[in-house]
Design a protein around this ligand. Structure first.
Ligand code: CA
Length: 227
């Protein structure tokens, strides 16, 4: 899961980055509001932790602009005071949840889990599609009919995670490259194809009826029994 952290207090940012990495989030941290806004607009993150008071652009502006651009990434806003206006403001600007500083890390992690669950609309720690279950904790892919399971590599897991999270939509290889590797280039486009082959092999190994369909000239889409 790729997480964007925008926080200008160095000690806080460092501590959060460390904590989140321990929790297996892939973290990009920015201290400047404008840099954070640009990163969020790239639409490559699964979740955002956004401080309110930031240099050059505040959290409210960043959230509002992102939503205007159609970015749907869940936003957890960090408000400095338990000021009701701040909370209301944040939610009005398109944040999904807020946490008042100082907070306990347990609560932060719980809020992040809740937000990612909301995004994927699944049980905790599991992504479901067709006859398969993708377990976020163990990185196992399981056939829920037969119980057969196989361990995925980091990038294979990410590939499946993105395809399931975007079920019903065709994902272009450009979008996949950006979400998996964080940037686009010919090399990453080829990587996308390679990883599709890996993941398909694992689906086949599980004798799953879930397929990754290539839509010629467009991208990839998850299908189950051709539905
Ligand atoms: Ca701040």
């Amino acid at each position: 899961m790729k997480l964007l952290l925008v926080e200008d207090e160095k000690r806080m940012g460092q501590a959060l980055q460390e904590l989140l990495r321990q929790e297996n989030y892939e973290v990009d941290w920015f201290v400047d509001g404008q840099d954070g806004a640009d990163a969020l607009a790239s639409d490559e993150y699964d979740i955002v932790i956004l401080d309110v008071m930031l240099p050059h652009k505040n959290g409210f502006e960043i959230a509002r602009e992102a939503r205007q651009k159609g970015v749907k990434t869940p936003i957890l806003m960090l408000t400095a005071k338990s000021d009701v206006d701040d909370k209301v403001n944040g939610l009005d600007c398109g944040a999904d949840d807020y946490l008042t500083k100082p907070f306990v890390t347990k609560e932060l992690l719980a809020r992040l889990r809740a937000l990612s669950r909301r995004q994927y609309n699944v049980d905790e720690g599991k992504l479901l599609f067709g006859d398969i279950i993708l377990e976020t904790g163990t990185m196992n892919l399981r056939n829920k009919e037969t119980g057969a399971e196989v361990r995925l590599s980091d990038k294979e897991f990410r590939t499946m995670e993105i395809l399931i999270a975007n079920k019903g939509h065709i994902m272009t290889r450009e979008q996949l490259a950006l979400k998996i590797w964080g940037y686009e280039s010919e090399a990453e486009y080829n990587n996308v194809e390679v990883y599709m082959t890996f993941v398909r092999k694992k689906l086949k190994f599980l004798e799953s009826k879930t397929e990754i369909k290539a839509v010629r000239g467009v991208g990839y889409e998850m299908r189950y029994e051709n539905v």
